[in-house]
Design a protein. Sequence first.
Length: 319
Amino acid sequence: MTEEMMVRTADPGIEIYVRNKRPADMTSFRPEQTVLYVHGATYPAETAFDLRLDGMSWMEYIAARGYDVWLLDLRGYGKSTRPAEMADKPEANGPIVTGQTAVKDIGAAVDFVLQRRNIPRLNLLGWSWGTTLMATYTTQNAAKVERLVLYAPAWIRQTASLVQAGPGKLGAYRMVNREQAKERWYAGVPEDKKSGLIPAGWFDAWADATFATDPVGAAMSPPVLRAPNGVVQDSMDFFGAGKPYYDPSKITVPTLLVHAEWDRDTPPYMAQMLFPLLVNSPDKRYVALAEGTHSILMERNRLKLFEAVQAFLDEGKKP
């Protein structure tokens, strides 16, 4: 069963898009069987988490196992409200949608789900930048979080970021074309493994769905996807400058770190540095997956990711 809705934020005129999938016969809701997902720095949630590949999306995989699953597009992404600055040229304004703003959007989505389902807590799942946001939210709102899953976790950077904002002063948003998206995806994959990484048609299915979420960008030549630059500003001010964005010792819930070996966006050293800092997580896990990139959720080995995350979530349901 699928439902879509727009959730009001505290800021006038800004609404965020949420989508829900759950078994059709599900009538009672529990914290340990409720999951909210948020995306990364550039692309929206539904075109990856709920992209049907080989007949099934990750969102559907989790829902089919008895879960009430939600996804969220932060403002400026996907089907959520685009801030007014995105109607102007990028250089006309400074970076928009910083982590502080994004965490507020997550708070609005969490409160919406908790109220709608009449439950006190839920599981959080973040990908890439979303791991920083979900972890930050958890440090501030531990009582509302059951378990925390950080897929491709970001931490203090020792290598250059693959998110390119171009030369000159950082504008409100950046523009990414399909070719750049593909190049970034394959970064770090050994030459002899590239051809087998993504099954035929899957990249195009993702790109078609993703670029279609930005009609303004899609009308440009070549078509682009516009993405807010608040995350780039934060990255320069914190992880890129050797400073943590949040305090991992304030995470007091069971936490899973999971990534793939060829990830060049959030390389393995990030999760390895972060893991020992989770000193107050009562149950922390670290899973490294073979033969995958930052986007392993849409690659040949995606079931390895699904299974690792599912095992961690399912433990929460055991008496």
